[in-house]
Design a protein around this ligand. Structure first.
Ligand code: HEC
Length: 95
């Protein structure tokens, strides 16, 4: 996969890698950063809102990424990529 060839992404930076993945694969549909102040009208949950939701767990995030959800294509994310995305989404929460 192309991403693995980018030297800027250090293997230890789970959160940074997760952010790159989110911006690449998820931002078409989701608001993936805290800087956005408004939600979307079409009901797609923003990542900060997901991070803040009390029912959100690592398991629920992983399940959402593993199965195709809504109009979301099958990304076939590796478990490592899922871990990075979960680590990143976690940083967006207020908790
Ligand atoms: C093509 C549009 C699209 C893309 C791209 C997309 N999503 Fe989603 N996502 C949705 C929609 C729509 C929902 C709302 C729930 C539904 O419709 O099933 C959703 C819901 C979610 C949820 C909440 C599921 C729940 O149980 O409430 C998570 C977590 C999520 N997406 C993660 C991701 C991640 C991580 C990515 C990037 C790897 C991503 N999504 C990319 C459309 C998308």
């Amino acid at each position: 996969m192309l991403l693995a060839l980018q030297p800027a992404i250090a293997p230890a930076q789970d959160v940074a890698t997760g952010r790159v993945l989110a911006e690449r694969w998820c931002a078409n549909c989701h608001i993936v950063t805290r800087s956005a102040t408004t939600g979307r009208a079409d009901g797609v949950p923003s990542f900060p809102a997901l991070a803040d939701a009390p029912q959100t767990t690592d398991t629920s995030l992983r399940r959402a990424m593993s199965a195709s959800h809504g109009r979301m294509p099958d990304f076939s994310l590796t478990s490592r990529e899922q871990d990075d995305l979960i680590a990143y989404i976690r940083t967006l929460g207020k908790r």
